[in-house]
Ligand binder design. Sequence first.
Ligand code: ZN
Length: 278
Amino acid sequence: MRLLSALLLCFALPLGALPAQAQDFLARLLDKPVPGGVAVVDLGTGAQRPAARYQGRPVLVAKTDGRRWIAVVGLPLTVKPGREQLELADGRTLAFQVDGRDYQEQHITLKNTEQVNPNPANLKRIERELAVQTTAYQQFSPRQPSNLLFDKPVSGPLSSPFGLRRFFNGEERNPHSGLDFAVPAGTPVKAPAAGRVILVGDYFFNGRTVFVDHGQGLISMFCHLSQIGVKVGDELARGAVLGKVGATGRATGPHLHWNVSLNDARVDPSIFIGAFKP
Ligand SMILES: [Zn+2]
């Protein structure tokens, strides 16, 4: 009966109330304060956009319900559950709570053992490639993201979730930093929000890769592409095709691997497409 009245209440909402309602819904949808998740912190009202930092890095600040400012903070997988601090430009700090989340194990067998224990030359290459990719993740452009609730970059089923503790041929390596979609090679990959192409490369682990800066430290990476259709500096509209799905780099078969990064923390992309499962 309570459910029924709640439903009736939903339908009884006047149409004029919907936009503000939707914005609040967005803030609630993004607030997943767990390692590898996102914390939404209320920064109050005010004419000026407040500036905030987490772990010394600028964070995304957006307006909600047309009035309140919120910080949308990326939490790295390495963060421990407990109290964390957001530093405001005026010297104040705001505390927020991080809860725990369990991540499953994934065991993968690779025939190419070089992709498990690379030789010294490849290790040098990997180190070099890691440095350029890290620099890309650390960019912070002032533009406001066109949409915080992302479109899916491909339409297809999700496969490996974010954060899996991965073992290649029995050896533990970095956890899964993104979300995989099981789609055939050649499937067009679309920008989930507008953005600027800031890095394009062909990397040892990630294969053919495109980085898109959506603004305010919100950055997407698309990996293992068979084809790249954009170059650094290109401005992409929401939904623009940037490449095609493939199996380049360390991949057991064609799929799209999509990373989402906020303030240089790789976070669970499922949060941004409303598919988060605690
Ligand atoms: Zn992946």
